[in-house]
Write a protein that binds this ligand. Structure first.
Ligand code: ANZ
Ligand code: ZN
Length: 831
């Protein structure tokens, strides 16, 4: 291919970046204009944490969001694509402690660095709506939302055993504990009884599950599944067992939650969670010493260990006896750590024949095992294996002979009739613990008054600002918030009685900020509300949300909860915030995640210096579909760069050849066909986020145009100009600097980013194809529609990768392939 390089003007990415950089922002190209009545679309990239400069992972994620946004602009939508920073959080605070500064310093310095890099990266962002969650003008509304939840009874304080990270010296939400360790620093989490603030997300548990119907097919299946499992809705029954009086201890009930009320006749003992209040209340005086010693030991175990089936079971007798409400039998009540205090009722009926953990406990303590399901399994009392297959009830009086589901229903009726229980639904989801004992977060806008209790800070006094004068060592973690010691800041008069009172000294989990930032983008600078109902309803739900799968539960669950509460309050008109979600893959190197210890990190800044923004963006998106990982060791930014130069020269040559006339008059129908087919296919592929395939098509279009310039109709032909223009538009989604320049060379008005994609001409889409038959050992096994000028090599490859042929040849080698393009491929398999 003779890319004419003799012309003095040639592709130079540095010159293009210098020439076009900043021009979009200056011309407000990506800012939606008031009065624009076109249909709206809203694209949001999960906002960054200002941890340092942008890295390769950012480069991928934001390139993906950018294609989505530019594509919708090309389709004629009024698109909003904003940016902001999730700028509260621990790293800033740790840096401040180390450097003797205020966390704001580190934070805003990093934000400026990242903002500069985003601008350089050529993203189609509306900078006028930029926000930072650590700005008082933003956190004022985070506080306002907290108070709105508080007044609705959805934010409350309670004493409860909570997850405590000994290293970060703060409490953690359940969602932030991964395999028993702190999600952030990996330290094993311990339990501590503390008084903390919670959001009542459990009140929305049912809706959080049910509304997933709206997301099915638009969110990755695995994310929906993870949320479902996390919420963990189980249907079952609460059943009350009568606890007999003993000595001074009166009779009372113990309630259990079970998903298997059909096995009630097989409940041969009960178990109470060692760390529950219930255990403390019922333990007989003679057992107390043993119980307390056991409780002390149990503190070390993590929740995962406690629930493991294969862990050796331990426990102590409570010294009390309960009555099985359906058999009337007296059964012992044990105390153990394999039952959790904060699930169900913190107590269980043990059915050792049909539950592995109960059987392990029964074996360890020598307790009776009674099978109550007829299913052909060996008797667990003898085999030592729990019998888990479904079957029909036996040894169960009135339930005998009923299949599982019927037996469950009948058992629920039975306990309901006797007043000893009722059907119920239980959730694994716990309320969201939102208070943190750290400084760099949104202060909780509550004032504690001895006589009035928890008093909201009056609205006209918001925001409650963080003090500016705390620095360095004063911020070091000490088991309570650094704000607790800032007495000057804390001491206020009670808004309700005027008496002496103290501000709450905790700050909010930063996930509170990210639960609503996407709403604020719709109403930048609004001064009397967090967002306007009209604006959110016009833009939302977000039509394309792009971010990492690590947020599958935490952020995405919390944001969904917030949206539902705001809907109930009449503040928004939709119940789900993100109607479509795309999780990008990771950028890895040599098969592994980049890390300092492996020394396989790739520096984004260096890549941009070497290859330019456009080549890096294009490489990211060409490497794989967006959901898959990109291995930087397997890609070639150099090749991307060469391709961009070839594309740019097509536009240059067509531009230099001057005005061209109507493409319909061109004799080069072959090129016109490629152009219009590329256009049609790109539309479909972009809709499906198959960006890598679009890039491949653009390479073909470039080659076809070059061929026409060099050895066909010539650069001045209208078909060449048409090809160059379509190429420019489609390429601008991946390589904006190169494309703006191409647009200019082709004599385009304004910015290519402001143009619309033309409709493909249907008459040019009917491909003329021939049918090629594929034979294996002389039998026709597949038919392929191919272009009449398909090459032998192409045809062979198509034949060998056709699904019926792949299936047929599975496990066999190919001895010989005879190709007669375009009509026939004949394959002779080997052994
Ligand atoms: C009797 C029974 C018989 C049970 C049987 C299971 C099988 P999910 O599905 O996760 O909701 N359970 C209840 N509360 C518990 C707690 N605080 N700690 C540990 N285990 C607890 O699980 C519900 C089942 O887990 C309940 O049903 C209970 O055991 C146990 F063949 O009751 B089942
Ligand atoms: Zn008061």
């Amino acid at each position: 291919m003779s890319d004419d390089r003799s012309t003095e003007q040639d592709y130079d990415f540095r010159a293009l970046e210098a020439k076009w950089g900043g021009s979009w922002e200056e011309a407000k190209v990506f800012e939606p204009q008031p009065g624009d009545t076109r249909e709206r679309r809203y694209v949001v990239d999960m906002f960054p944490y200002p941890s340092g400069d942008l890295h390769m992972g950012h480069a991928e994620a934001y390139a993906i969001g950018d294609v989505a946004s530019r594509f919708w602009r090309f389709k004629g939508y009024n698109v909003l694509h904003p940016i902001g920073w999730d700028s509260f959080g621990l790293p800033a605070e740790n840096a401040a402690i180390k450097n003797g500064t205020h966390p704001a310093e580190w934070t805003y310095k990093n934000i400026e660095v990242q903002a500069g890099s985003f601008k350089r990266y050529g993203l189609s962002l509306d900078w006028s709506r930029r926000l930072h969650t650590s700005d008082p003008e933003f956190y004022r509304w985070t506080q306002w939302l907290f108070l709105t939840f508080f007044k609705k009874g959805l934010a409350y304080r309670k004493d409860s055993p909570v997850n405590w990270c000994p290293k970060d010296q703060t409490v953690l939400a359940n969602e932030q504990v991964v395999d028993g360790a702190c999600e952030r620093c990996g330290t094993l989490v311990t339990k501590k009884k503390l008084n903390q603030w919670y959001f009542k997300i459990t009140e929305y548990a049912d809706r959080l599950v049910d509304d997933m119907d709206q997301l099915e097919g638009h969110w990755p299946d695995r994310v929906l599944l993870m949320q479902k499992n996390w919420i963990g809705r189980s249907h079952g029954a609460n059943v009350r067992f009568a606890l007999e009086a003993a000595g001074d201890q009166p009779a009372r009930d113990i309630e259990v939650f079970t998903t298997r009320p059909d096995t009630l006749f097989g409940a041969t003992f009960m178990v109470v969670a060692v760390d529950s209040d219930l255990a403390e209340e019922i333990v007989a005086p003679g057992q107390r010493a043993e119980f307390e010693a056991y409780r002390e030991k149990a503190k070390a175990a993590t929740e995962i260990e406690r629930q493991a089936t294969d862990r050796e079971k331990t426990g102590v007798l409570s010294g009390r006896t309960a009555v099985n409400p359906v058999t009337g039998e007296q059964i012992p009540v044990w105390i153990s750590d394999y039952v959790l205090a904060d699930y169900g009722t913190g107590a269980i009926m043990a059915v050792p024949a049909h539950d592995g953990r109960d059987l392990g406990f029964a074996k360890a303590m020598g307790l009776p095992v009674r099978s109550v399901v007829e299913n052909g399994d060996p008797d667990p009392a003898e085999s030592g294996e729990p019998s888990l297959s479904p079957g029909t009830a036996k040894n169960s009086g009135p339930l005998d002979g009923l299949a599982k589901e019927e037996a469950i229903a009948a058992a629920i009726r039975l306990v309901e009739e006797r007043g000893t229980g009722e059907g119920t639904v239980n959730f694994r989801l716990r309320d969201w613990l939102l208070s943190r004992q750290r400084f760099w977060g949104t202060p909780i806008p509550i004032i504690h008054c001895e006589s009035c209790g928890e008093v909201p800070v009056p609205e006209d006094q918001l925001p409650v600002r963080l003090p500016d004068d705390l620095k360095g060592e004063q911020l070091a973690p000490k088991g309570e918030s650094p704000l607790a010691a800032a007495m000057e800041w804390r001491r206020v008069s009670c808004p309700s009685c005027g008496g002496e009172a103290l501000r709450d000294s905790d700050t909010m989990d930063t996930f509170v900020d990210s639960s609503w930032y996407y709403l604020r983008y719709t109403s930048p600078g609004l001064e009397d509300a967090p967002f306007s109902r009209d604006a959110v309803d016009e833009w939302m739900p977000v039509g394309r949300y792009v971010g990492g799968v690590e947020h599958a539960i935490l952020h995405l669950l919390y944001a969904r909860f917030f949206t539902k509460v705001l809907y109930d309050l009449g503040l928004v008109g939709f119940t789900e915030p993100f109607s479509s979600l795309l999780n990008q893959g990771q950028v890895i190197n040599q098969g592994k995640a980049m890390s300092k210890s492996l020394g396989n990190g790739v520096n984004l800044g260096e890549q941009l210096e070497l290859f330019g923004v456009d080549a890096v963006r294009l490489t990211m998106l060409f490497a794989s579909p967006p959901e898959d990982d990109v291995d930087w060791a397997d890609v070639s930014p150099t090749a991307s760069s060469k391709f961009l130069a070839r594309a740019w020269r097509v536009a240059r040559d067509a531009g230099q050849a001057g005005a061209a006339g109507d493409p319909a008059d061109s004799k080069d129908t072959a090129l016109r066909r490629v152009t219009h087919q590329t256009l049609a296919q790109a539309n479909e592929l972009l809709e499906q986020s198959k960006f890598n395939v679009v890039v491949a098509k653009l390479m073909e279009l470039t080659n076809a145009a070059r061929k026409s310039i060099d050895s066909g109709a010539g650069a001045g032909d209208p078909a060449v100009r048409e090809a160059a223009m379509v190429l420019t538009q489609l390429l601008s989604m991946f390589a904006p600097y190169t494309a703006e320049d191409m647009h200019e060379m082709l004599g385009g008005e304004g910015f290519v980013a402001n143009t619309r994609l033309p409709e493909p001409d249907p008459s040019l889409l009917v491909a003329d194809t021939v049918t090629a038959v594929v034979q294996v050992q002389g039998k026709v096994r597949a038919k392929l529609e191919v272009s009449p000028d398909v090459s032998e090599a192409e045809l062979e490859e198509m034949a060998l990768s056709a699904p019926p042929i792949v299936r047929l040849l599975e496990g066999r080698s190919v001895a010989k392939v005879i190709v007669r393009a375009p009509k026939l491929v004949s394959i002779v398999p080997g052994k």
